[in-house]
Design a protein around this ligand. Structure first.
Ligand SMILES: [Zn+2]
Ligand SMILES: [Zn+2]
Length: 191
C-alpha cells in the first residue's frame, strides 16, 4: 500500500485498497483481554492531492469489528466508520518551515487551501516521495475504536449477585446489576 508522490497527478489520485482482516487484527491487538474482535476484511477509499509542501490525504473505510457491551459483555457487531484527513508534509530541506501552516496556505495551490482549513488537519511527516498507507490505516483504526459501547440503551447488564445476563434471565437475586466493587458497601451499617 505504497503510493509514490510522482503518481499523483494534477487532478489528484483516487484509489481503493483492500484492507485484509489480518491488518485490522494486528492494529487493534486482537487477543485475550481485548474487547474488540475483527469480523472480516475492509476496503480503504482514499484520495490524495498534491498541495504545496506535501500531500493532502483523505481516507475512509468501514471496519467490521465486534465490541463487547460494557454492561453485559455480549458482542455488538459494528461497521466501524474510520474517516481521516491528513496533511502529509515532506521532510525536505525546508522542513522547519513546512510545519507552519500559515506558510503553506500561501502556496500556489490556493484553490484547495481556500476551501479547506489546513490548520484543523493532522500533520504527518513523510519523506516527500513515498506514502505508506498501511501504518496510517492502522493508527486511524485504533483512534476510531469506540470505548463506550452498549448492546442497547436499556441493557440491564450482569447480575451483581450471580453474574447472569439480566437481559436474558430473571435470576431472582435480591441485588441486581450492582457493581461488584460497590456490593461490599451495602453491608456497611451506619449508626
Ligand atoms: Zn449489554
Ligand atoms: Zn443474580
Amino acid at each position: 500500500m505504497v503510493v509514490k508522490v510522482e503518481e499523483i497527478r494534477e487532478e489528484g489520485l483516487n484509489l481503493r485498497e483492500p484492507i485484509p482482516r489480518t491488518l485490522l487484527s494486528e492494529a487493534i491487538g486482537e487477543g485475550p483481554g481485548i474487547p474488540f474482535r475483527v469480523g472480516g476484511d475492509a476496503e480503504l477509499e482514499a484520495s490524495l492531492q498534491r498541495v504545496s509542501g506535501g500531500v493532502l490525504l483523505r481516507g475512509k473505510l468501514a471496519a467490521p469489528i465486534a465490541v463487547s457491551c460494557k454492561r453485559c459483555l455480549s458482542e455488538v457487531a459494528l461497521k466501524l466508520p474510520v474517516e481521516f484527513t491528513l496533511s502529509l508534509v515532506a521532510q525536505s530541506a525546508k522542513s522547519r518551515d513546512a510545519g507552519d501552516a500559515k506558510e503553506r496556505t500561501g502556496g500556489s495551490e490556493g484553490d484547495l487551501s481556500g476551501s479547506f482549513d489546513l490548520e484543523a488537519v493532522d500533520v504527518e511527516p513523510f519523506d516527500g516521495k513515498r506514502i505508506d498507507l498501511e501504518p496510517i490505516v492502522r493508527e486511524q483504526v485504533v483512534l476510531a475504536l469506540p470505548m463506550d459501547v452498549v448492546c442497547r440503551e436499556d441493557c440491564r447488564g450482569l447480575c451483581g449477585g450471580c453474574g447472569q445476563n439480566l437481559n436474558e434471565v430473571e435470576c431472582g437475586c435480591p441485588t441486581k446489576a450492582i457493581d461488584p466493587r460497590l456490593a461490599a458497601l451495602k453491608n456497611i451499617k451506619l449508626n
